[in-house]
Design a protein around this ligand. Structure first.
Ligand SMILES: *Cc1c(COP(=O)(O)O)cnc(C)c1O
Length: 358
């Protein structure tokens, strides 16, 4: 047996898609599988989504290429577009849909128009994210330029919110208003919202939606999304590699805690080499035999210590839940002070992925 392991419940994935479908029954779903499907495994996740979504979104052309090589025939949207002529020709060959967010990309499409066919474009309008995107006048001009080309089959309009998880600010409403104003006389198919927008701004459930984290049953905030009915897709687990008694008055390396009585300490087979954050502080929770126990000392390369309490209840080889259905990733992430999906996304290749397929 190889530990740690990420057990991926593809039934939960499909369940989460159904919840999203129920929230946005009139929208096509572009399921975001960038970053190795947020650490869940690009190919296996895409394969289990195949019949349940209209398309998938990736950040880089290499990810799209892996999907096509694996026989994935659905629509693939390149969320950040292409970088240079070689990628443009490659995406045409791979039949990818591409975001267009700058003039350089438009000029390349015009230059290589005779080598391209049936190109589908999502124009990226910057409504305030200020990362990538065109302003209103540029978007209009580029739409006209692209629609003049025979090789362009479809032009859609997309935007991305800056902080749709913050419901105390009206910034998102301003972004929505800007978007609607521009599209008033363009009548393009729209793709406006990612996870937070889908959950908190129903008016943004447009022709296309782009769910990422929520599809994996992970909240875009620290508030668990189980309230919406989502189920965590990844159960990340490992085992106790040792249990020993720490004498009263002694302490674990790098810990300030001195125990007044004998204490059982568990050594967990997990560490920074598995992608677990080194900054996880003392008190970070784990589940051992159904009990919540907490980290003592520091996260090492391959080991973590936890306080198992004054009574001997556990033994080497017992299962440890790092996060998952019984220990929300949101709770763990909040403790460590990292964003929720960082815990799944940063898993290293040392972690074995096991898929429950139904
Ligand atoms: C990452 C990304 C998403 C998905 O975001 P979530 O918050 O994970 O739902 C959607 N659209 C674009 C353009 C992205 O880059």
């Amino acid at each position: 047996m190889k530990y740690p392991k990420a057990v991926i419940d593809t039934k939960a994935l499909k369940h989460n898609i159904e919840i999203i479908r129920h929230l946005a029954p009139n929208s096509k779903i572009c399921a975001i599988v960038k970053a190795n499907a947020y650490g869940h495994g690009l190919i296996d996740v895409a394969r289990s989504l195949l019949k349940h979504v209209e398309g998938v979104g990736v950040a880089r052309i290499a990810e799209a290429e892996r999907l096509r090589d694996a026989g994935f025939n659905n629509e693939i949207i390149l969320l950040e577009g292409f970088l240079g002529a070689a990628e443009l020709l490659k995406l045409n060959e791979l039949k990818l849909t591409t975001a267009v967010h700058c003039y350089e990309q438009v000029e390349l499409i015009e230059k290589y128009a005779s080598s391209l066919n049936n190109l589908k474009v999502w124009l990226k309008f910057n409504t305030g994210m200020n990362r990538l995107g065109l302003d209103a006048d540029e978007t209009k001009e580029i739409k006209n330029r692209l629609e003049r080309l025979d090789c362009v089959k479809e032009v859609n309009l997309m935007t991305h919110f800056a902080n749709a998880d913050d419901r105390t600010s009206n910034y998102t409403e301003e972004q929505i208003a800007k978007f609607n104003e521009l599209n008033q006389d363009m009548f393009l198919n729209r793709s406006i919202s990612a996870s937070s927008g889908i959950l908190f701004f129903p008016q943004t459930r447009a022709e296309w939606i782009r769910p990422g984290v929520i599809m994996y049953g992970i909240s875009p905030t620290y508030e668990p999304v189980v309230n919406f009915g989502f189920i965590p897709v990844m159960n990340f687990e490992t085992i106790l590699s040792n249990v020993f008694k720490l004498k009263a008055g002694c302490r674990i390396a790098n810990s300030n805690q001195v125990f007044s009585q004998d204490m059982y300490i568990g050594v967990i087979a997990l560490g920074t080499s598995d992608g677990y954050p080194s900054q996880a502080p003392e008190g970070t929770p784990f589940l051992v035999n159904g009990r919540k126990v907490s980290l003592v000392g520091k996260v090492n390369v391959d080991t973590i210590y936890v306080n198992l309490g004054p009574e001997l209840k556990d033994k080497m080889g017992d299962k440890v839940i790092v996060f998952g259905k019984s220990l929300p990733v949101e709770e763990v992430a909040k403790h460590i002070n990292v964003i929720t999906y960082e815990l799944t996304t940063k898993l290293t290749t040392q972690t074995k992925h096991e898929y429950i397929i139904n």
